[in-house]
Ligand binder design. Sequence first.
Ligand code: NAD
Length: 264
Amino acid sequence: LSGLMAGKRGLIMGVANDKSIAWGIARAVAAAGGEVAFTYQGDALGKRVRPLAESIGSDIVLPCDVSDPASIDAAFAALKEKWDTIDFIVHAIGYSDKNELRGRYLDTSPENFAMSMNISVYSFTAVAQRAEKMMTSGGSMLTLSYYGAEKVMPHYNVMGVAKAALEASVKYMANDLGPDNIRVNAISAGPIKTLAASGIGDFRYILKWNEYNSPMRRNVTIDDVGRSGLYFLSDLSSGVTGETHHVDCGYHTVGMKQVDAPDI
Ligand code: NAD
């Protein structure tokens, strides 16, 4: 795959540490010869992201809190000083109050509903508005979703509603940006143990359930998602847009528990 991303450069948002899905994608892009800039949220995460960026030869590491439009503007202004144009962006950002990622969806507060939708859904649109201006000869935008958008998952609650809205926004953005040869897609990743996932109630049970019941009888890794990310960010997917693509060891195809799965 080396050379697949040669001559392409872009921004990856959402690396918190070396367990992050965004890091799996960044590593795959770098291995394929692409250049990557990063954003991080807050100084504590910045300290983690900088050495990771350096390890793949990147020195563009910018703060960005997507809940603050001025912060998004500042990140893109700083990026523009380094690079005049970009070819791709990765939005691997989601957030909800973990107190509401357990119990009933019905009990979601209006404050957390609005915040979850703003950070987990609208921020992709807000980022795309800025990125569009830097994609003068086409490009690829990628976000991350989860099967909880399509089917009810215990504890996923408002994040499921947010991911459904995110997947719909992928289609609307794909239609708006298609004439400019900018493609917009989502990867619906199977469960992976990351910082964000640790906020979801009973996450270890969800991991075990997926491992025992997916067709491949295992969970995906950030490298699995990274390689599929490479497909979307490169010209291999030049005719694909508005798509939500499952990278979940096939879990979404299964209708009931596997006969050989333990009763967990
Ligand atoms: P992660 O904790 O490594 O990444 C989440 C990122 O969101 C962090 O880098 C965090 O800083 C960032 N973020 C949160 N609020 C922000 C804000 N206001 N401004 C800027 N950044 C902010 O976890 P992850 O699992 O790699 O999550 C990446 C994406 O993948 C999320 O959208 C998540 O919903 C999605 N996803 C995760 C899984 C899973 O099981 N881990 C499965 C499917 C989809």
